[in-house]
Design a binder for this molecule. Structure first.
Ligand code: FE2
Length: 223
């Protein structure tokens, strides 16, 4: 870590916590002048104060030093709230169960905002036996391509990396998959709910046929 807590961060956190300089000073056992000095960049808090300062704002020391407050109290609650971080320099894609501070190639990555798939990134989901076959109608040139597809369920993720000159497609085990995420190197992250994207006609047709067959067999067997 190459940063130390800055005055701007302390001020921002203090104001967010609706504390006065005096109130923060009292909590830390310093004077309000000292707090004011930190906030105006005329001094740094001693390292022994980092933990008390973090405690005062109810954040971790790491968050305090990075200047990024992470609100992910429900990290384990739902994978469907997954975040994807993609490095604009190397294309490295990182999946996170909640918000995180991630750096790659010296860039602090922002979580990609997922938009609904648009007309340039039409995503087709077909159910083939126990798999979803996902295909995007999109060019796959070095300049403009789909770099990964991910299938997310409430408790898991399957991620497939794609490459230029390859096909914009991937297969995923069905296993409760609810959302598909598609990342285009130029246009960013898109998402579609599986129920919306899947070829419903075929699926319900198959299910009905199967059920009918089973019912008929049962009738024959058990009257
Ligand atoms: Fe695109």
């Amino acid at each position: 870590m190459n940063q130390y807590v800055t005055g701007a961060v302390i001020r921002e956190l203090r104001e967010k916590s609706k504390m006065t300089q005096q109130q923060l000073a009292d909590l830390l056992g310093v004077s309000d002048k000292t707090v004011s000095k930190w906030e105006t960049g005329k001094g740094y808090p001693d390292i022994t104060l980092l933990e008390p300062i973090a405690d005062a704002f109810r954040i971790s020391v790491t968050e305090l030093i990075s200047g990024n407050t992470i609100h992910n109290e429900n990290v384990s609650a739902n994978m469907l709230r997954s975040k994807f971080y993609v490095c604009p320099v190397c294309g490295n894609a990182i999946h996170s169960m909640g918000e995180a501070v991630i750096q790659c190639h010296g860039v602090t990555l922002l979580p990609a905002e997922a938009e609904a798939t648009d007309e340039n990134h039409v995503t087709m989901i077909e159910r083939i036996e126990d798999e979803y076959f996902v295909r995007i109608d999109h060019e796959m040139t070095k300049e403009h391509y789909i770099s990964f597809i991910a299938a997310v369920s409430a408790d898991g993720i399957q991620m497939v990396k794609l490459y230029p000159e390859g096909n914009a497609e991937a297969r995923f085990k069905i296993r409760g998959v609810r959302k598909i995420f598609v990342f285009c190197n130029r246009d960013g992250l898109f998402t579609i709910d599986v129920v919306k994207g899947v070829d419903d006609r075929d699926r319900s047709h198959d299910d009905t046929e199967e059920r009918r067959e089973l019912e008929e067999t049962a009738k024959k067997l058990f009257g």
